[in-house]
Ligand binder design. Structure first.
Ligand code: 6DK
Ligand code: ZN
Length: 370
């Protein structure tokens, strides 16, 4: 009956560097700027709305502990772990792996605390200490693959938490539902050959990474069918997302019957986001949370753990997150989304024919889940 909530001051201290999206370079004329798109203030501002709205008083705050080396090595190569620690020890820090994901000196500590926050949320929900949880962790994780970080992600927090649930807590079936607007390539890389983790990613088609996230990627060997990609055409809003959840995500979860649902919760499918071209608003995200809660009540004893991923509108992410966490907690703070008058008349909510067609093709893949 209570909702766990995790935030740590250090999540607001990630140093994403002085480039806006690419590292600043005099040669390529990418100017330094105060705020990288993934500057942690966006997530800190969500935390502060949770606090200022009073919602925090209805949540059970849980402290994150850093993940251990053993926790990380359940899903990552030792070489990746060692490289992150070595670069973190350099005076100016290093990069998660793709050259566009910088972290500062000592940044490995924040990355381990993010993974540890994910583990703690899973532990509390599976132990029955709370009925569901929202871990507002940072840096994000869903692009990190077994051997490298990528796309602002150092360690794959969700995969580390799922592996903890399977290998430490003894769960046999864990589902990841990734509604971040970008493809959940990390869990696909890590769990693609396993049926113990169902990875469902709903994302904007070829947004990032541009070469993965296709419906044809379905997992291999025993894992065939347990990778489920739902690429959406750009422009979709709550109509497309509701239809994708009703006809693909929820039927897949009902077929799989996971003992735990982990949500990779990004708010970069919002209409205000600079890194994607979808049209979700806060009420749309609230609706997705509601659908997953109802489904979790049916299949996973209500066990639902949301882990923060992306979201790059500093002004709008807080209202999206507040809506989701209010829904999880079954509490209304009476805080209206102040941007609804501006954003509510922009359209994007109706399901369009080409969106329906793309989603129907993904729905056909559910039949292989057992
Ligand atoms: N593009 C995320 O929101 C991260 O999913 C999104 C990361 C977008 C990165 C865009 C980018 C490149 C870089 C190099 C070459 C081609 C394209 F992980 C989350 F934060 F959740 O770097
Ligand atoms: Zn994203």
């Amino acid at each position: 009956s209570n909702t766990g909530y995790i935030w740590n001051t250090l999540y607001g201290w990630t140093d994403t560097g002085s480039g806006g999206l690419l590292p600043p370079s005099v040669e390529s004329l990418t100017q330094p700027i105060g705020h990288h798109v993934a500057h942690p203030d966006t997530k800190r501002r969500l935390h502060e709305l949770i606090s200022a709205s009073g919602l925090i008083d209805s949540l059970e705050q849980i402290d994150a502990q850093p993940a251990t080396e053993a926790d990380v090595l359940r899903v990552h190569d030792k070489a990746h772990y060692d490289r992150i620690l070595a670069e973190s020890a350099l005076p100016k820090g290093g990069d998660a792996g793709d050259g566009v994901s910088p972290f500062g000196h000592g940044g490995h500590q924040i990355a381990l605390l993010a993974a540890g926050g994910a583990i703690e949320a899973v532990r509390a929900v599976v132990a029955g200490q709370v009925s569901n949880a929202y871990a507002l962790i940072n840096p994000p994780g869903h692009h990190a693959e077994r051997s490298t970080g990528r796309g602002f992600c150092t360690f794959n927090n969700g995969a580390i938490a799922a592996a903890y649930a399977v290998e430490v807590l003894g769960l046999k079936r864990v589902a990841i539902v990734d509604w971040d607007v970008h493809h959940g390539n990390g869990a696909q890389d890590i769990f693609g050959d396993s049926a113990e983790v169902l990875n469902i990613s709903v994302h904007q088609d070829r947004c990032f990474p541009s070469d993965s996230g296709f419906r044809e990627e379905r997992g291999a060997g025993e894992g065939h069918g347990y990778t489920l990609n739902v690429p959406l055409p750009p422009g979709g809003g709550s109509g497309a997302y509701d239809y994708a959840f009703d006809t693909v995500v929820l039927p897949a979860l009902r077929a799989y019957k996971p003992e735990l649902i982990i949500v990779a919760s990004g708010f970069d499918a919002s209409i205000m986001d600079p890194l994607a071209r979808m049209m979700m608003r806060s009420e749309g995200f609230r609706g997705l949370a509601r659908k997953l809660m109802d489904c979790a009540a049916e299949v996973s004893q209500g066990r639902l753990v949301c882990l923060q991923e992306g979201g790059y509108s500093p002004i709008y992410v807080p209202f999206c997150g507040l809506a989701v966490i209010e829904e999880l907690a079954g509490v209304s703070t009476g805080t209206a989304d102040a941007y609804t008058p501006i954003l509510g008349a922009m359209g994007g909510d109706a399901l369009l024919d080409h969106e329906r067609d793309a989603i129907d093709l993904a729905a056909a893949l559910v039949a292989d889940i057992r």
